[in-house]
Design a protein around this ligand. Sequence first.
Ligand code: CP3
Length: 354
Amino acid sequence: MTGSNPTPLLLRAAQGQSVERPPVWMMRQAGRYMKAYRDLREKYPSFRDRSEIPEVAIEVSLQPWKAFKPDGVILFSDIVTPLPGMGVGMDVAEGKGPIIDEPIRSQAQIDALTTLDPDESMPYIRKILGALREEVGNESTVLGFVGAPWTLAAYIVEGKGSKTYSNIKRMAFTEPKMLHSLLSKIADNIAIYVRHQIDCGAQVVQLFDSWAGQLSPQDYKAFALPYQQQIVRQVKQTHPDTPLILLVSGSAGVLELMGESGVDIISVDWSVDMADARRRLGSDMMVQGNVDPGVLFGSKEGIRDRIIDTVKKAGSKGHILNLGHGILPGTPEENGAYFFEVGKQVNDLLAAKV
Ligand code: CP3
């Protein structure tokens, strides 16, 4: 039935069609909780090698596909991957995340940023996405992803991950014009990159504004939302049919504002109950999520009950089953497998529960 349908399940759901069951994938589904990934990491210790050597990145992207057959296969990469193509040198350090060579703190540095030419600075993206499409055919949907401007600016200005975001907030509240010019430049470049990913084969693209939940709602409105909108507007002009998803971590205070971004699907984290998210976002907005990744440390029964609860609250249409954020390192791999297994049988389980 599904196998003969030319359009894969997740893509149909993301286009707003009625589907036979909610599609299921997992943020960070390729990564350290998988033994196959840890083994490959020993052979290729550098994250940039793992994500920029096409054969290796293709293999990592396909590890969860081969193990669990998820309804979505996401490009193995990072949100900071396009930065060198904009003139921002970086590395991804083990256990720490992105490190920026020279943090950007002045207008002169912002003015010196370059326009992204993805085929020139990231030739591997075309190869990886093309290979993923070929490998999964119409059995799964290939997802691309990018970082949204506030979150990328947080790395660029801080120089690394942060708990307090003091440097970018200092810029926001002492030199707002300067920060706006940085955010706008990032938005234009990221719009180019989203279009490129779609041209290379991405069927759905997720925008990660992971650290925008660190902003008060009024500052989210000033520094995050307009630049999410800038990207969505530019992408929809040329690629109106590609569904876009937006994730913010710790989104409870800004959920309605996320709905104003122009995306098709809101990825809801566990700071909001799914029933509450549905009420607040309205029936026209699709949702993704929102099981707490921590639940995967617990019992199988607990995992199953949370999935059923989430699917019930999300309703039968316009929901992509996922965690509320990435699966955590150290999660038992069999519990990851169980999440997919239950996700695919959820209709039967719901029927049995009634
Ligand atoms: O979902 C997937 O399977 C694709 C993989 C993916 C990675 N990074 C690979 C990665 C995705 C979607 C990202 C996006 C990303 N990167 C985000 C947005 C998503 C989110 O979590 O909010 C952010 C904020 C980053 C920045 C970043 N890169 C962090 C915070 C870290 C983790 C630091 C650590 O080691 O715990 C990274 C490194 C990174 N990116 C890893 C992976 C699998 C871990 C490094 C490794 O495996 O060696």
